[in-house]
Design a protein around this ligand. Structure first.
Ligand SMILES: [Zn+2]
Length: 159
């Protein structure tokens, strides 16, 4: 899935990592002739790529970004109380991920645009909601579940 570059940092080896809007990082190496990214070498080049969308394989793999922490959860919903909004396609805000935790029963979780194979969530199978990606849930029977939201942990003031 395509994600905009929002910033940069260097990893422990000094290699450039582009920070993406989803919360993931992707290495941007300049290793000619195999990989040519001369824009990574200068401040101007890097600045010119801010906002550019690049493919994020970690989003495709449903990987909750490192350093993200839970900050909020919904009430517990049942088949009788699930909000209509969760059953229609909807998205989280930029930079917000979520997990769908089924406590009892099961729930179908559908990811759209483009559509992926639906997943059946159970107490053993947690659903991962990818930031800004349209998704919805479908009832398949009795269920008790809640949704927990994740975002990047606030940077310590000392940084
Ligand atoms: Zn990503």
């Amino acid at each position: 899935m395509q994600r905009a570059i929002t910033g940069y940092h260097r990893d422990d080896a000094g290699d450039l990592v582009a920070e993406l809007a989803c919360g993931h990082g992707v290495h941007m190496r300049h290793r000619p002739p195999m990989v040519s990214r001369p824009w990574t070498l200068t401040d101007e080049g890097r600045a010119s790529r801010l906002g550019t969308a690049v493919a994020c394989v970690r989003c495709e793999r449903f990987e909750l970004p490192e350093g993200f922490v839970a900050y909020k959860r919904t009430a517990i919903f049942t088949e009788a109380s699930v909000p209509a909004g969760l059953r229609a396609a909807h998205t989280t805000k930029a930079g917000v991920w979520a997990q769908i935790h089924v406590e009892a029963g099961s729930l179908r979780y559908c990811v759209e645009s483009p559509a992926l194979a639906p997943q059946t969530l159970t107490p053993e199978v947690v659903g991962v909601v990818i930031a800004e990606r349209p998704h919805r849930v479908e009832l398949v029977g009795p269920v008790r579940f809640f949704v927990e939201f994740y975002r990047r942990e606030e940077a310590p003031l000392a940084r």
